[in-house]
Write a protein that binds this ligand. Structure first.
Ligand code: NAP
Length: 253
């Protein structure tokens, strides 16, 4: 999608999966990209892929659960490209699979720290930079599990529901100041987040998860990235505060 010439996009968790595909989508539209991740090798690969897509990127290592690192990533974006117009708060982890009554406090704090605090920090430091650059857009990556429940993922479900609420709160605050804030809610997507837990094609777990979607399949990272890029584009100029699904019909059933 064209229309991002002169724009700068900061994407967290852009060293893999959905974040990487979003980076490439913005790059193809002409945006300069700040690739942020804890995975330096993955981040470097995305930077090279952005160059192949005809744009320019820098890598900034930042753990989104640490406020000072997110603040530094935003500052690095402005230093590198002279402004900031788009923030995609995408970095996330799955966390332990366990019942609420058995869930480890360690993983509770870890998942909330990355999946919820990380999104807040991205807006806390990103929004002032977007305002200073004349306006833009924030896209937060939630999940269908930010809309409905799922057994054995209490921290993930709570964090992703929190992202839905944070999105609406910030959207109302900045609607008249030229910043739109939306969230995307993917169904199960075939990325390393899932495949490294053993959910791979041909397994019973994969087939069971596929069957929960009306389309009876998992999604791909680029199918989610397409929605992220559209939401950040001028084509979505009247869209703010939306929690949009991209879930192959999971939540409509
Ligand atoms: P992914 O391929 O694992 O990519 C996530 C990236 O974020 C990885 O490079 C990961 O690095 C990085 N990351 C992890 N912790 C971080 C931290 N503290 N600070 C900065 N970066 C960090 O996963 P994905 O599926 O693309 O997930 C992207 C987003 O989509 C997440 O918010 C996830 O919850 C959401 N989502 C995914 C699915 C799905 O089924 N895949 C469904 C709904 C929503 P490491 O690999 O080193 O951990």
């Amino acid at each position: 999608m064209a229309g991002f010439e002169g724009k700068v996009a900061l994407i967290t968790g852009a060293g893999s999966g959905i974040g990487r595909e979003a980076a490439l989508g913005f790059a193809r539209g002409g945006a300069k990209i700040v690739v942020s991740d804890v995975d330096e090798a993955g981040g470097a690969e995305t930077v090279a892929m952005v160059a192949n897509a005809g744009s320019e990127a820098v890598f900034v290592r930042a753990d989104v659960s640490k406020a000072e690192e997110v603040e530094a990533a935003v500052a690095a974006a402005v230093d590198a490209f002279g402004g900031l117009h788009i923030v995609v708060n995408n970095a996330g982890i799955g966390g332990e699979a366990n019942l609420t009554g058995d869930y480890s406090l360690e993983d509770w704090h870890k998942v909330i720290g990355i999946n919820l605090n990380g999104v807040f920090y991205g807006m806390r430091y990103g929004i002032p930079a977007i305002l200073a650059s004349g306006g833009g857009s924030v896209v937060n990556v939630s999940s269908i599990l930010g809309l409905v429940g799922w057994s054995t993922a209490p921290a993930y479900v709570a964090a992703k529901h929190g992202v839905s609420g944070l999105t609406k709160a910030a959207a109302t605050e900045y609607a008249q100041q030229g910043i739109r804030v939306n969230s995307v809610h993917p169904g199960f997507i075939e990325t390393p987040l899932l495949t490294k837990t053993g959910i791979t094609p041909g397994t019973d777990g994969y087939n069971f998860i596929a069957s929960k979607h009306a389309m009876n399949r998992l999604g791909t990272a680029d199918e989610v990235a397409n929605l992220i890029v559209w939401l950040a584009s001028d084509e979505a100029s009247f869209v703010t505060g939306s929690n949009m699904t991209v879930d192959g019909g999971y939540t409509c059933q």
